[in-house]
Each structure stands twice: as structure tokens, then as C-alpha cells.
Design a protein around this ligand. Structure first.
Ligand code: ATP
Length: 307
């Protein structure tokens, strides 16, 4: 099935006793790209992932690529690859045996196993026991297992939480390749800095409900979060020209501090600011930009809720 909505959750409620971990949650995930599922501790992220994976009963409806996870679980589950936070592999099996073991359960051709080993960069480790792999390699092997049946959706639970910086970059690169192939990736993370690098779209849960669903860029726009830009123009005789060029390019709250000009700008205006200054013959010797980040955004959202 190929509608634009790949995950369609309608009025999902999950109760533990009297407590509602998810309360009438409705959200639609459009096909393609990386979505970060965010929220404070206890917001319901894990519960929602488990509902998506068909591991929890709930009221309401969830369809994965058109298949209802409660009515047609086999087909729906076939559309999802899941990478849990902690690898669930057998340490005594080799890398190759692990892929064969899980591949046979899903009737996957041997050629696909070789393709995946190569994709996650573990060909040279094929005959090594899983227990001998580093955490980053085990994570990549889990990704290969999740990709066995070539599902259109990948769910990643805290994918980079246990990886050092270099391994995080490697993992993100793999995710980017999968997105280029057209996969939809939904990941949870506590690392907001990670989201800026990996996900262009976010869904924020709070108290079992969806609070925000947006691209990161649109969220910054909606919340009116601007970038801070700093430009160094040593020639003081150019001050008036520089200020008028900056104003013309849409800079706000311009302050001159010695040879440095500080201002707030729409993140999309960086280049026109520099071009306007050059057009007025203002020689720029240095500049830097501080982009808005999700921490600023969430502070603003929670402040708005009065929490
Ligand atoms: P975290 O970021 O801490 O992992 P989360 O957003 O994933 O949190 P969940 O684990 O989905 O949140 O939990 C949502 C709420 O449901 C929490 O208040 C939690 O205590 C409660 N909860 C989760 N599982 C159970 C359970 N099996 N029985 C009772 N309550 C539960």
C-alpha cells in the first residue's frame, strides 16, 4: 500500500490500571525522512513504540503502511524494523549466524544477508562471535537484523545513547542512506543535540498526548526563534553603511560592540546579510552564527504551558 501516511494512529489510549499512559493519542507520520519522538520521562514514548510494534493491547487504531496492528498484526509487523536500545543478540553466535538465524525466521534470501553485512560495514567481522563486537558494531548488527525483511518503517529506541561521538556519526550516516532509499525512520532520544543532527521532524509527547508535530525549521519559525549572528567589520567609517545593509537584509536588534556587529536574524537570512554587507563595500574579517536549538524551543513550549 502506498499512501503518504505510513503510520496512522487514531485515538490511541493505553491504560495501566486507572492510569492513562496514552490518552486519545492521534498522530499521522508522513512517509520518508527521520522523525524524532520526544518527550519528558514518563511522557508515553516507550508505551507508544510498544503499541506500534503490536506488543501492547490498546484502544483506538494504529495502521502501519495501511495494515492494522491489532487486526492484521502479521502484515503490519512486516512493515516495521525495530532496533531496541540494548542489543538483543546471542553473544556466542557469530555475526553471520545471527543474521542467518533471524533471516531464516523471516524467509530472507542469503544474498540479502551479504548485502546487509556490507551495508552495516561488518563483512570482515562475519565469522566473529557477537560478544567480541564493540557496542557500536552490535548496534549496526541490530540495524541489519531490523532491515532483514526490507521494511518501509524503522523504529529506533535511543539509537545513539550508548555510542561514542565517532560511532554516533557512523550510525547517523547509515540512517541518512536509508532515508535516501525512501525509508521512514522514527527514533526516540533524550539527546536533543542529536535531534538537530539526525531528524528534520519531531513529535513531542507529554502526559500521553501529542503536543507538537512539526519540522524542526517550522517549529523554530512558529516559536519565533531566531539565530544570533556576529559579524566583524573593522573599518569604523563604514558603520552607517553596515547598519543600513543589515537592516535591509532583515536583521533585528543590531548592536555595535567595537568592530563586532551583533544581531538577531531569521535563520534563512544568513547569506543575504553577508551579501548585503559586501555590496556596501563593508569588509568582513570574521563572522559566527549561533543557531536556535531544540532546548530553546522546548523551554518556550513548556513556559507557554505554564509548567
Ligand atoms: P522514559 O523517557 O522515562 O523512558 P517514556 O516517555 O518512555 O519515559 P513510558 O515508559 O511509556 O514513558 O511510561 C509512561 C507512563 O506509564 C509512566 O508514568 C510509567 O510509569 C507508566 N508505565 C509504563 N509501563 C507501565 C506498566 N507496565 N505498568 C504501570 N505503569 C506503567
Amino acid at each position: 500500500m502506498s499512501t503518504n501516511i505510513i503510520v496512522d494512529a487514531i485515538d490511541v489510549t493505553k491504560q495501566y490500571g486507572d492510569f492513562k499512559a496514552l490518552e486519545g493519542l492521534s498522530l499521522q507520520v508522513e512517509r520518508g525522512g527521520v522523525w524524532a519522538l520526544l518527550g519528558p520521562n514518563g511522557a508515553g514514548k516507550t508505551t507508544f513504540l510498544k503499541c506500534l510494534l503490536g506488543l501492547k493491547q490498546f484502544t483506538g487504531q494504529i495502521k502501519i503502511d495501511g495494515y492494522d496492528i491489532q487486526k492484521d498484526p502479521k502484515k503490519a509487523k512486516h512493515q516495521i524494523g525495530y532496533v531496541p536500545q540494548h542489543p538483543t543478540l546471542y553473544n556466542d553466535m557469530t555475526v553471520q549466524e545471527s543474521l542467518r538465524y533471524f533471516g531464516d525466521m523471516r524467509d530472507v534470501k542469503r544474498s540479502r544477508l551479504r548485502e546487509l553485512l556490507e551495508f552495516v560495514g561488518l563483512e570482515l567481522w562475519a565469522r566473529q562471535p557477537v560478544g567480541a563486537l564493540s557496542g557500536g558494531m552490535q548496534q549496526r548488527l541490530m540495524l541489519a537484523v531490523a532491515l532483514l525483511s526490507d521494511p518501509p518503517v524503522l523504529l529506533l529506541d535511543e539509537p545513539t545513547a550508548n555510542l561514542d561521538v565517532n560511532r554516533q556519526v557512523e550510525f547517523r550516516n547509515l540512517i541518512s542512506l536509508l532515508v535516501k532509499e525512501g525509508k521512514t525512520v522514527v527514533l526516540t532520544t533524550h539527546l536533543l543535540g542529536d535531534v538537530d543532527h539526525i531528524a528534520e521532524k519531531i513529535m513531542l509527547l507529554n502526559k500521553g498526548k501529542l503536543v507538537v508535530k512539526s519540522s524542526v525549521a517550522d517549529l523554530f519559525k512558529q516559536l519565533d526563534l531566531t539565530s544570533q549572528m556576529f559579524v566583524e567589520i573593522p573599518d569604523t567609517s563604514k558603520e552607517q553603511d553596515a547598519i543600513s545593509a543589515l537592516e535591509k537584509a532583515g536583521a533585528n536588534d543590531i548592536e555595535v560592540k567595537g568592530s563586532w556587529y551583533e544581531m538577531r536574524i531569521d535563520p534563512s537570512k544568513k547569506v543575504s546579510i553577508l551579501n548585503n554587507l559586501r555590496a556596501k563595500d563593508c569588509e568582513i574579517t570574521d563572522f559566527k552564527i549561533e543557531e536556535p536549538n531544540l532546548e530553546d524551543a522546548f523551554k518556550k513550549i513548556t513556559a507557554g504551558e505554564g509548567n
